[in-house]
Ligand binder design. Structure first.
Ligand code: 1HN
Length: 345
């Protein structure tokens, strides 16, 4: 490929004249913004073991009262982007949040979309758009853009969850902001029961209350049962995966990030194709191995790791007797909407 001229090849006075007029020559930077063949992601395959993160998160509970934190979170930052950027990939933010018994994280709403994947503890709840959502291990709870949300805890043990947000993207778009609010009044809601049977959508005869987010809580008990039933229906070694969707439209549950649960059968190994979106893997249950290029992570329960896009990922169940359940978040809806989605096999 043709070597392009460098910035240093240009006379200093010319470079200064350009800068003085807010002008930049393209050719010295052209290969950096359009590398040959495939992107060079800053996102690095990174593993955050829960066992070593947990004591530091609990210590944050002792060091910083909730009133001084609003949200008590340790961010899972990708070193490839620089820790201060607080991003796991180009579009994904990850954080582990701690709420102690009796604490309350006040209501606000913001433009980035969030989801919570509950990691441990009983008795906490989040109220989203007036719907009180109990938080139990493995549940996925949506906090879509613009909806009021607050967290409370009536139990007696610490509760921890994984937050996944599209904050890096929305911030990059200069569209990220929040608004503080008053405590929400709770309205009764049974969304997860209304949509409990696939293919059957409740159809009010007289009036349809249209909401863009008909289901906010996806209980793990339902997702786990669905995976086990799928595995039984496909007795071979077909991979078993579900997508968290909007039950009214069948589209991804949120606009920007995609969410999935994958079951690895006992002893199963799987190669996920090289696709353009970056991915996050969080182990809900079992023991798994994740290999990305020359890096290999042994995931224990509640561990989280990420992989850049355009890279095949090898997953394996480390147990020969028990299934492993993996929660996956990725940038697929975003890439598809932008028309940059690729599957390179
Ligand atoms: C947020 O609102 C929450 O509501 C958690 O629990 C993490 C990270 C960045 C921006 C907003 C929450 C967040 C956040």
């Amino acid at each position: 490929m043709n070597e392009l001229g460098r910035l240093e090849d240009l006379p200093l006075d010319y470079r200064q004249a350009l800068a003085a007029q807010n002008l930049v020559p393209l050719w010295p930077s052209l290969r950096a913004v359009l590398p040959p063949g495939q992107p060079r992601p800053a996102t690095r395959a990174t593993h955050w073991p829960y066992e070593s993160l947990r004591p530091l998160l609990l210590k944050a509970g002792a060091l910083t009262p909730i009133e001084k934190a609003e949200r008590r979170v340790l961010v899972l930052a990708n070193p490839g982007h620089g820790l201060e950027k607080m991003q796991a990939s180009a579009a994904m933010y990850l954080g582990m949040q701690l709420l102690l018994p009796g604490e309350w994280a006040p209501a606000h709403r913001h433009t980035p979309n969030a989801v919570r994947m509950i990691v441990e503890g009983e008795g906490a709840y989040t109220t989203v758009d007036g719907q009180k959502c109990p938080m139990r291990r493995g549940d996925l709870i949506l906090t879509p853009t613009g909806l009021w949300h607050e967290h409370g805890h009536d139990g007696d043990q610490p509760v921890v969850w994984l937050d996944v947000l599209d904050l890096p993207l929305v911030h990059y778009l200069e569209a990220s902001y929040h608004v503080e609010g008053a405590r929400q009044s709770v309205e009764p809601g049974q969304a997860e029961r209304r949509y409990a049977r696939g293919g059957l959508v409740p159809t009010p005869v007289f009036e349809r209350s249209s909401t863009r987010y008909p289901m906010l809580r996806y209980p793990w008990a339902d997702a786990r049962a669905a995976l086990l039933q799928l595995a039984e229906a496909e007795p071979g070694l077909e991979p078993v995966q579900i997508t968290y969707v909007n039950p009214e439209t069948g589209a991804h549950a949120q606009n920007i990030l995609g969410f999935y649960a994958l079951m690895l059968r006992p002893g199963q190994a799987l190669r996920l194709p090289a696709r353009s979106p970056a991915q996050v893997f969080h182990l809900i249950e079992g023991a798994a191995e994740v290999r990305v290029n020359d890096q290999q992570f042994a995931l224990a329960e509640a561990d989280t790791c990420c992989a850049p896009g355009y890279t095949a990922v090898h997953l394996a169940n480390r147990s020969a007797t028990a299934p492993a359940f993996v929660f996956i978040a990725d940038e697929t809806p975003l890439h598809q909407k932008l028309g940059v989605y690729e599957n390179r096999g």
